[in-house]
Design a binder for this molecule. Structure first.
Ligand SMILES: [Zn+2]
Length: 227
C-alpha cells in the first residue's frame, strides 16, 4: 500500500479530467471555462479543478482518520468539548494540542486539516516527526530532492503544517538544526502550525531535550490547548 504523506498527491493533481473520470460537462475536460462577452473573452479555471484538488487532499488522510471531523469528535469531558469548539471557531488557527494518549488529539488535528482541505484556501501538509526528519534529512544530504514541507514554508502563499506526535523524537544536533530551521521559517513567513504532543511545552525541554529555541517559537506561534 502506498504510504505517501498527506498533501503530496494533491500537489500533483492534474488540471484536466483524468481518463478514468467522466468528462466535465462544464469545461469538456480542459479545466478552463470561457467567460466574458462579445467584446472581451477570457478563461478561468473550471470548478471541477478545485473539486479535484479537494478530493485529492481528503484522499491523503489515513483511513483511520478519514472520518475525523469536529462533528464526529466524541468529547468525553468539558475540556475536550471546549477544545473542539475553540478549534472549530478558528479553522485557520495555530494550535499546540497536548494531553495524554487516547485523548483524541490526532482526531482534532485531522478535523482541522479536513476543514482546511475543503475550504481550499491554504496549502497544507500533515507529517509525523519521523516523516519530517526523514524528509528534511534527504534534502540536507544533497540528494537533489526538495522537501515539499520546506519548499511550502519558504513561500509566501498561505501554508499550514500539521505536525502529529511532535514529541516522538530523540533529539540530535542534526534534528535540532533542521527542525529549528523549519519552525523558524514557518514563524517568519507567518504560516500556520498545528501540533500534537503528549508533553506540555515546558516538558518538551525538560524531559524530551527539545531545544529551547524551537519551543520558544512554538510558544510564539501556537495557542496551547490542553485536553
Ligand atoms: Zn470542468
Amino acid at each position: 500500500m502506498a504510504t505517501e504523506p498527506p498533501g503530496e498527491r494533491a500537489e500533483a493533481t492534474r488540471f484536466t479530467s483524468p481518463a478514468n473520470e467522466p468528462v466535465c460537462s462544464l469545461c469538456g475536460g480542459t479545466g478552463w471555462r470561457r467567460a466574458g462577452d462579445a467584446d472581451s473573452v477570457w478563461y478561468r479555471r473550471c470548478e471541477c479543478v478545485k473539486a479535484r484538488i479537494i478530493a485529492a487532499r481528503l484522499q491523503t488522510i489515513p483511513a483511520l482518520f478519514r472520518g475525523a471531523t469536529f462533528e464526529s469528535y466524541l468529547a468525553r469531558n468539558q475540556k475536550q468539548e471546549q477544545a473542539a469548539t475553540l478549534m472549530k471557531s478558528r479553522p485557520e488557527g495555530s494550535w499546540y494540542l497536548t494531553g495524554p494518549y487516547g485523548s483524541g488529539k490526532t482526531h482534532l488535528l485531522y478535523a482541522q486539516y479536513h476543514e482546511m482541505a475543503v475550504a481550499g484556501r491554504t496549502r497544507c501538509h500533515v507529517r509525523t516527526t519521523r516523516e519530517l526528519v526523514e524528509e528534511l534529512k534527504k534534502m540536507e544530504m544533497g540528494s537533489g530532492t526538495v522537501s515539499p514541507v520546506m519548499a511550502a514554508a519558504r513561500e509566501c502563499t498561505p501554508y499550514h503544517l500539521f505536525w502529529d506526535d511532535m514529541d516522538k523524537i530523540k533529539p540530535t544536533d542534526f534534528k535540532t538544526e533542521v527542525l529549528f530551521e523549519l519552525v523558524d521559517t514557518l514563524y517568519r513567513q507567518k504560516h500556520g502550525l498545528t501540533a500534537t504532543a503528549n508533553h506540555s511545552l515546558q516538558d518538551l525541554v525538560r524531559h524530551e531535550r527539545m531545544h529551547p529555541a524551537i519551543v520558544r517559537r512554538l510558544d510564539d506561534m501556537c495557542r496551547v490547548i490542553q485536553i
